[in-house]
Design a protein around this ligand. Structure first.
Ligand SMILES: *Cc1c(COP(=O)(O)O)cnc(C)c1O
Length: 497
């Protein structure tokens, strides 16, 4: 068989104008700008050209090429119309899943967002004095009530909070930090890099596994601005390791400040700042000794400032909160970075509503989805898994798959409780027809609401801990759709043979 040289194949590619005249694209012109459609056509033809030049043979003749160009352009146009950021079902068992949007918001927060988003709000208006107010006020009182801090400020995220604190208090001065805490959190947040960017001079002490109080004491010098503690998040040195607690660091900071004749946290004093990361407001007793320290505990232990995320263990919107003394937080509020990193009204509304739930910790455990998922007893998770398994068995032909409920391990995610295996139950689908990879891909790529699950040993696992009751029908019909499509494809092949 003679192969057509690429240059000949390229000649069968259609023109842009000619492709735009196809009825499908004419129809789309009623809802989309023609120039956007023309770009879609150009991309589709460009794609065919690339494939031909790469030695593929995407179409046999000019009419097939014209068809392929129209189909490619329509697919691109439809992709523009579909939201890119959309809901997915999280069946991974990772509760605070950064790739899937971290914390689902409490219903109260969702309603608060919709309320202020739709119209005007008291964002910077104080109804008491009927004068200009501060956007910081909406969450400050709540953070103070919940942590015992005198003052607080919330910014874009915790990375921004760390940056702002270092830049305000340690620019061109030394911040002392243990080598065991120079961590990378993921998503390119590395403590040494953020310190450099902030202008703080990093003074590393100790070793990767062990840092002693004497290491900090030796590093203290007249130019020291700060003792920095960083929660190691999803990283732990276990075994022969040692780190210094907040009360001891408080003591040596006080001694240094006494030598300098400055008050705790004063302008020329040494201050003690902890980047706590996950931000636990309530103590999760269900995790025993794994439970993360709470913000209030760190402040009580002696930190001048503590910063933490809004969308990790706290279970609210993306935000970074700094809590501490009135004087220090006041300086942060006046820092130009606070303006650059400030929160918008929707995030403030969500954060305020989430924080308000914590006023009653028992209610927070029920109403904040992250807390509810983390603290749900394994038996309740098993019951949900059983229900999902029953729904799946109803839809999948007998003998095609083995559907069973199995004990598994869930994760908190977001750098919280990294060593804690959270007992959970998952529906395990093993395949007699089809395969785990094919099913996983179908569930993500072919569904209006993608279902993100996990593959283990040639089976797909659907962890019921991160599934809501409302998700179950969606997951079951997605799995059924996979098997139906496979059956249809096999029948098609059978008919063609
Ligand atoms: C997650 C984390 C951060 C970054 O917080 P974001 O809210 O994601 O910006 C900073 N420090 C620590 C210790 C963390 O765990």
């Amino acid at each position: 068989m003679a192969t057509t040289p690429p240059t000949d194949s390229l000649r069968m590619l259609p023109q842009v104008e000619e492709t735009l005249r196809a009825p499908e694209l004419r129809a789309l012109e009623t809802i989309m700008e023609r120039s956007v459609l023309a770009d879609c056509v150009r991309e589709a033809i460009g794609d065919l050209r690339r494939r031909i030049l790469a030695g593929e043979r995407p179409c046999a003749d000019a009419s097939e090429a014209a068809r392929a160009a129209v189909e490619g352009a329509v697919a691109r146009a439809l992709a523009c119309l579909r939201p890119s950021l959309r809901r997915v079902v999280n069946a991974t068992g990772v509760v605070v899943h950064t790739n899937l949007g971290r914390s689902p918001l409490p219903e109260e927060a969702v309603r608060a967002v919709a309320d202020v988003a739709r119209g005007y709000s008291t964002l910077e208006y104080d109804v008491g004095s009927m004068a200009r107010g501060s956007r910081h006020d909406h969450v400050e009182r709540l953070v103070c009530a919940l942590t015992g801090a005198e003052a607080a400020i919330a910014v874009n995220n915790n990375a921004a909070a760390v940056m702002m604190v270092l830049s305000e208090f340690a620019r061109d001065r030394e911040a002392v930090v243990s080598r065991g805490e120079l961590v990378e959190i993921g998503g390119s947040f590395r403590i040494p890099d953020i310190m450099e960017l902030s202008g703080a001079l990093m003074r590393e002490v100790g070793t990767t596994n062990k840092t002693h109080l004497a290491d900090y004491e030796r590093a203290l010098a007249p130019g020291t601005a700060m003792l920095l503690k960083v929660h190691p998040s999803n990283y732990r040195v276990v075994g022969f390791s040692e780190s210094v607690g907040i009360p001891e660091l408080r003591r040596i900071a006080d001694e240094e400040n006494a030598r300098r004749g400055t008050a705790q946290g004063g302008r020329d004093g040494v201050l003690l700042y902890e980047d706590q990361g996950s931000g636990a407001l309530a103590r999760l007793d269900c995790f025993g000794s794994y439970a993360e320290p709470t913000v209030a505990e760190s402040l009580r232990a002696g930190c001048d400032l503590v910063s933490f995320s809004g969308d990790k263990l706290l279970g609210g919107p993306q935000a970074g909160i700094v809590a501490g003394s009135r004087e220090l937080v006041g300086r942060l509020k006046r820092n130009p970075l606070a303006r650059a990193l400030r929160l918008d009204k929707m995030t403030l509304a969500a954060l305020e509503a989430t924080l308000r739930l914590y006023l009653d910790p028992a209610r927070a455990l029920k109403r904040v989805p992250v807390l509810r998922m983390l603290s749900e007893p394994a038996e309740a998770v098993r019951e949900r898994a059983e229900r999902l398994a029953r729904m799946m068995r109803e839809g999948v032909p007998e003998g095609w798959a083995r559907i069973e409920v199995v004990p598994e391990t869930a994760r908190a995610g977001g750098g919280a409780l990294p060593l804690c295996d959270i007992g959970t139950y998952a529906v395990r689908v093993g395949f007699a027809r089809g395969c785990a990879q094919g099913c996983e891909e179908f569930l993500v790529k072919r569904r209006e609401v993608p279902v993100v699950a996990r593959i283990s040993k040639q089976a797909v696992l659907f962890d019921a801990r991160t599934l809501a009751d409302d998700d179950l029908p969606e997951v079951a019909s997605a799995v059924r759709a996979y098997f139906e499509e496979m059956a249809a494809a096999e029948k098609g092949e059978g008919a063609g043979a």
